[in-house]
Design a protein around this ligand. Sequence first.
Ligand SMILES: C[S@@+](CC[C@H](N)C(=O)[O-])C[C@H]1O[C@@H](n2cnc3c(N)ncnc32)[C@H](O)[C@@H]1O
Length: 278
Amino acid sequence: MVTGPKFDEIGYWSEVKLAIVREDASAYSTILSRQPGLHYVYIDGFAGAGVHVRKVTGGFVLGSPLNAVRIRPPFREFFLVDLDGDKVDHLAKLVGRRRDIHVLHGDCNTVLLQDVFPRVRWEDYRRGLCLLDPYGLDLQWRVIEAAGRLRSIDLFLNFPIMDANRNALWRDAQKVRPEQAARFTAYWGDESWREVLYRPKAQLGLFGEEREKVENEAIAEAFRARLRDVAGFANVPAPMPMRNAQGAVVYYLFFASQKDVANTIVVDIFAKHGARRA
Ligand SMILES: C[S@@+](CC[C@H](N)C(=O)[O-])C[C@H]1O[C@@H](n2cnc3c(N)ncnc32)[C@H](O)[C@@H]1O
């Protein structure tokens, strides 16, 4: 029996994400290739199987790691991580045996910190473009913070607002299961969200001060501030809301970088794709 990964079925907004990252990666590689001796790499923490299935047509769509591998001029090295062994095997077959491509099986919250980021140090004249694109709250803040501290990494980041709202950011914060609150804390980085994302109600309740959850946009704005102020990224443009077929925001696509020029490029790409309609 032939086994293999179960391919993800993707819709319009996933293809928008793929196009955004592909266009930026292309600009990034073009610019950095002009700096002699600079070793710049592509990192995909939640890489997937390398291809997806387009929901509407059933046809195959290249995933983010294969898009990156096809970019010219090429990145000098690739680090592609996934937790799902079948997907890793499939991706490894697609890219073939190449010294410049490392397909790594494991939890990127560990693999990136232990095996990848130490190979992208600013002082070694290395730079990286990194995509962190989990399904939900599977990413840990310590990875984001480490990327910021390195100063060598430009980051695309999926902030999964729908998973957060469904499981952790309930209107009645008291009813949230502790393990779901812990998942959100691991993504957010500390417990400050309990204060920042629940503001005092304008009118006092029967039992004194009551708090209410802030809107999605305010949650995204507070996370943006953390990327700047806590992780130390100099530039974090307003994120792009990515939706499902019903128009609800599933996640915010963030970009974080130390470089003004990288910021300008992504602001243009976000504006172009934000103006498109499903
Ligand atoms: C949204 S998909 C990635 C899609 C890919 N970035 C693309 O656009 O082609 C998320 C992937 O993360 C993987 N995954 C989930 N938890 C993970 C973890 N802790 N570390 C690494 N990969 C993980 C899943 O197996 C899945 O392939």
